[in-house]
Design a protein around this ligand. Sequence first.
Ligand code: TA6
Length: 309
Amino acid sequence: MNLGEKIQSLYTKFGSLKGVTIELHKQLIAVSVKNEAASATIFLQGAQLAEYKRIGEHPLIWLSDQCTYQMGKPLRGGIPICWPWFGDLARNPVAIQDQLGESDWPAHGFVRMQEWELISVELPDSETTRITLQLQITPDERWPFPAVLRVIISVGTTLDVQFQVTNLSAEPFSFTHALHTYFNVGNIESIAVEGLEGRDFLDTLDDWVTKKSNFPLQINAEVDRIYPNSPEKVAIIDRKLGRIIRINASNLPDLVVWNPWVEKSMRLSHFNDNHFKHMLCLESAALLDNAVTLAANETFKCEVNYGHN
Ligand code: TA6
C-alpha cells in the first residue's frame, strides 16, 4: 500500500472513533487521540509517542520543534523505543553483539525506524484511550530471530506504556532495551530528580566509572548516567512548572538519566541551542547485566506509568 492507501485504510478502521484522528506529518503517519482527560499523538514509525498532555495542562512529554518527520529518521523527543539494543552496540553484552551480523549499526537498535502496525484503538471509558501497535520482526541479515513486538499505550489522567516481546523462533535470544522518554520541564536548572539518592550510577561521560550521590540529582551540566537496579519509582520535581512527575516502572530494572547541555546539543540532530533547557530524559531500561534472554515461544512484558500532580 502507498501512503494514501494506508491513511485511507486507517481512517476506515479507526476514523469514526470519538476523539481519534489519522494524521500525516510530512512522510509519517500518526494517530492522535483526545478524551476527557488528555490528548496524545503516536507515530506509526517506531510506535513512537510524540505528545501527551492532560487537558488544560503543560505537555508532559517533550518533542523538538525541529523534527523533520522523515521515514527512517527517529523523531527527537517523545518516547523512542530502543530495541534490541540500547545505545552503542559495542557497549552491549557480547551475547547481543554476536546475534547481529557485521554492520554499521545505529545507536538504540532499529525498531524505532520501522513502521509498526496500528492494531487497535479502544475507548474503555470517557477518560481513557488505549492504542495498541505491533511490529512483526522477520529474520534478515540484521536480526535472525522471528519475533513480535507490541506497544500498548493508555492515554488518560496518567500515561501508561506497556512493551512486550514474543520470541517466535525455536531458540532463545537476548536483548537490551529502553523506553527513552523525553520529559518536558520548565527549566532544567529548576528541577531535581528524587529517588536516586545513595544509588550507584555509571557515569558514561567519565569512562563509565561507578559513582554515587547522596542528594537529589540537580542538573547544571551534561549528564549521561546509567543507574543499574534503580528504584521502580522516581520523581522529577519541577519548581518552575510547579509539578511533580512520577515514574513507576515494572520489569525495567535500570534507569538512564540524560541531558545533553550545551556542547552535545550542538552535535545532535533536530536540537537547537536552547532545547536542553526544557527537556530531561529518564529512560526506564534493561541494560548490561540486566539484558533479557527470552526462551523460544516466551513473551517478555514490562510497563511504565507516568503521572503528575
Ligand atoms: O540515552 C542517552 C543517549 O544514549 C545519549 O548518549 C544520546 O546519544 C541520546 O541517547 C540520544 O541518542 P539519539 O540516537 O536518539 O540521538
